[in-house]
Design a protein around this ligand. Structure first.
Ligand code: F6P
Length: 371
């Protein structure tokens, strides 16, 4: 691979890494068609970078030629035709050491050599914060690359939005719509736990759009007594049911977030706060309470039109950027326009919900409680 950002390009690779998000296939299609239009070839790496690190595990050698036919009819498909992983980070690749214990090794040099071996001139990485960190190292090692941001959580800095978020919010909103009638019929409290990791974007947007009564997000530690106050206030007004949306990363005042699994060297898995909130509501108020955890349903299914459009724009912009000599940058959206920001500026920072934002203010005006 040539680190000269203006050398002619013939062959480009693309990888999708981290948790999947609706819209990944749209990025792949847009990048492939934009590359073909320039007379370039696009190759997809299987399962993040795995296809290049362990080609013997794949009957196709770990690289897929993304021809016009191969990317036909995939814009509307959820997931990624390339496969993805949030394990086996090439910077900290787990291997079994001589003493039989798992140890981590840096395989990024090997990866750079694999790109050279395959005569790949440039790389497009599609992923979240973890993928940006890998891209930054590969870029410093001389790879010509552009990153495309992805996450349903919408928590990546330096871009107004990431694709997958709109689909997740749409699904959560529909779930809230459906829960209203059953909650009202039974006069129950329904607690709905949504993903979002350490940010409350999905909970906030779906909660407002889906007419929740309480929204609990990581940006504001909650007081369970305030949640119960809201339930009682509704009861007094004759609304015997209450819908509570809780982000998986929400935590009580002075308390910790709920973690399902914490393994050394891996991102912790969040979950369980819905059960906790429901149990406390029941204990304090005596109300019948049920919990729904939307979990990975938020990541599946067909991307919305908005997510497809953002993803297609990002995929095409990645190829255009490479053509224009950009490198070591992430495609971003600012005020509806695509731009390129240095990867180092975008990585490692989380975009949290600003508590003085218009959406939060709107929620408060609507009488929604943040606990
Ligand atoms: O980052 C996307 C996300 O879906 C988070 O909202 C969630 O916490 C996490 O990934 C779940 O990861 P996994 O797919 O490893 O369960």
């Amino acid at each position: 691979m040539d680190s000269n950002q203006s050398a002619p390009i013939k062959k480009v690779a693309i990888s999708t890494g981290g948790g999947d998000a609706p819209g990944l296939n749209a990025v792949i299609r847009a990048a492939a068609l934009s590359a073909i239009a320039r007379g370039w070839e696009l190759y997809g790496i299987r399962d993040g970078f795995h296809g290049l690190l362990l080609p013997e595990e794949y009957p196709d050698g770990g690289l897929i030629h993304l021809t016009r036919e191969r990317v036909s009819g995939i814009t509307h498909l959820g997931g990624t035709i390339l496969g993805t992983t949030n394990r086996n980070n090439p910077m900290r690749y787990p291997i079994i050491g001589p003493d039989g214990k798992i140890e981590e090794v840096d395989r990024t040099d090997e990866l750079v050599r694999a790109f050279r071996l395959h005569h790949i001139d440039a790389l497009i990485t599609v992923g979240g914060d973890g993928s940006l960190a890998i891209a930054s190292v590969l870029s410093r090692k001389g790879l010509r690359l552009i990153s495309v941001p992805k996450t349903i959580d919408n928590d990546l800095d330096k871009t107004d939005v990431t694709f997958g978020f709109d689909t997740a919010v749409g699904f959560a909103t529909e779930a809230l719509d459906r829960l209203h009638s059953t909650a009202a019929s039974h006069g129950r409290v329904m607690v709905v736990e949504v993903m979002g990791r350490y940010a409350g974007w999905i909970a906030l947007h779906s909660g407002v759009a889906g007419s929740a009564d309480v929204i609990l997000i990581p940006e504001k530690p909650y007081d369970i007594n305030k949640v119960v106050e809201k339930i009682r206030e509704r009861d007094t007004r004759g609304n015997k049911f209450t819908i509570v949306v809780v982000a998986e990363g929400a935590a009580p005042l002075g308390g910790a977030i709920s973690v399902v699994e914490k393994e050394a060297g891996k991102a912790e898995r969040l979950g369980g706060v819905g059960e906790k909130v429901a149990a406390e509501i029941h204990e304090i108020s005596g109300k019948e309470t049920r919990v729904v955890v939307l979990g990975h349903l938020l990541r599946g299914g067909s991307p919305t039109a908005l997510d497809r459009l953002t993803a297609l724009r990002f995929g095409a912009a990645a190829v255009r950027g490479l053509e224009q000599g950009e490198g070591g940058v992430m495609v971003a959206l600012e005020a509806q326009n695509v731009k390129y920001v240095p990867i180092e500026e975008a990585m490692g920072k989380m975009k949290m919900v600003p508590m003085d934002s218009d959406t939060v203010t709107t929620a408060i005006d609507l009488g929604i409680s943040f606990g």
